[in-house]
Design a protein around this ligand. Structure first.
Ligand SMILES: [Zn+2]
Length: 284
């Protein structure tokens, strides 16, 4: 199949009460792992490229890998830009073949975030590419967020309602207590806020920084309207742990395939587990 827009996958997820996994890819092995795991689970899947991935592999390489992987399977696969930084970058990705983009204007004042998102939507809509935006500030795990900070940083439900009304965006990433990277302690998600947002916003909600969030919390968030769950850190951990084990067992190994093969297998196992938690097995 050719790459499909994320919005198409999320429409079914929203109706079916499950979430589609959005897994970050940086190289051939992880692209293969994402599609192999989705095939094994018969699940729709989103591959996404972060700013780091674009810097590392290049937009064209990522598109070529994702396209080939999608063409070789009957599972619906989307290729999504994660945290697009500018109008220009989003257009580069659309032109290169991404089927979905995120424009992250969350650091801008609300009015400017709305204007930027609308500008992206005008172009993306014309070519059938779906758009995710972000409201509120999703921190890094190194950010120590105090209770008083939470109100300032987390997504305001009323603002979310206005943002969606004025932009018509396809999906909205919210800040409710998750963070990017490895958590130090257990993340405390603000489920009341998520429920409030969901009552005012009738489009799929996206959960970023979901690696390290306990499975039961992820399921609860899905029950409250989260339809896309982003996983990056957990894949890195599984991939690198397997590679590290190979090198620890065979310090003289010089064949990269002996290291990357088991790493790919470990990523497949991890992604399959996540797909089951998200409830998207057998939904392809
Ligand atoms: Zn993110």
């Amino acid at each position: 199949m050719s790459l499909v827009p994320v919005s198409e996958l999320l429409k079914h997820a929203e109706a079916g009460g499950y979430a589609v996994g959005a897994f970050n890819c940086n190289n051939m092995e992880i692209v293969q792992a994402i599609v192999a795991a989705a095939e094994a689970e018969n699940a729709p899947v989103i591959m996404q490229a972060s700013q780091g991935a674009i810097k590392y592999a290049g937009i064209d390489y990522i598109v070529a890998l994702a396209r080939l992987a999608a063409e070789r399977t009957t599972i619906p696969v989307a290729l999504h830009l994660d945290h697009g930084t500018s109008f220009e970058q989003v257009i580069q990705c659309v032109r290169a073949g991404f089927s979905s983009v995120m424009i992250d204007g969350s650091k801008l004042p609300l009015e400017d975030n709305i204007a930027l998102t609308r500008r992206v939507l005008d172009v993306a809509r014309a070519v059938g590419v779906s758009v995710e935006a972000e409201l509120g500030k999703i921190g890094g795990t190194e950010d120590d967020i105090s209770v008083s900070d939470r109100d300032a940083l987390f997504t305001d439900p009323e603002e979310a309602a206005r943002f969606v009304r004025e932009t018509g965006v396809d999906a909205l990433a919210v800040a409710i207590g998750t963070a990017h990277g490895q958590y130090k302690g257990k993340p405390e998600l603000d489920f009341a806020r998520l429920a409030k947002i969901r009552s005012l916003v009738k489009i799929p909600i996206v959960l970023h920084g979901s690696s390290g969030v306990p499975d039961e919390d992820v399921r609860k968030a899905i029950g409250l309207g989260v339809c896309k769950v982003n996983i990056d850190t957990n894949i890195r951990e599984a991939f690198v742990a397997a590679a590290r084990q190979v090198l620890a067992d065979n310090p003289k190994e010089i064949d990269p395939r002996k290291m990357l093969g088991p790493a790919r297998e470990a990523a497949i196992g991890l992604i399959r587990e996540k797909i089951r938690v998200f409830g998207s097995s057998h939904k392809a």
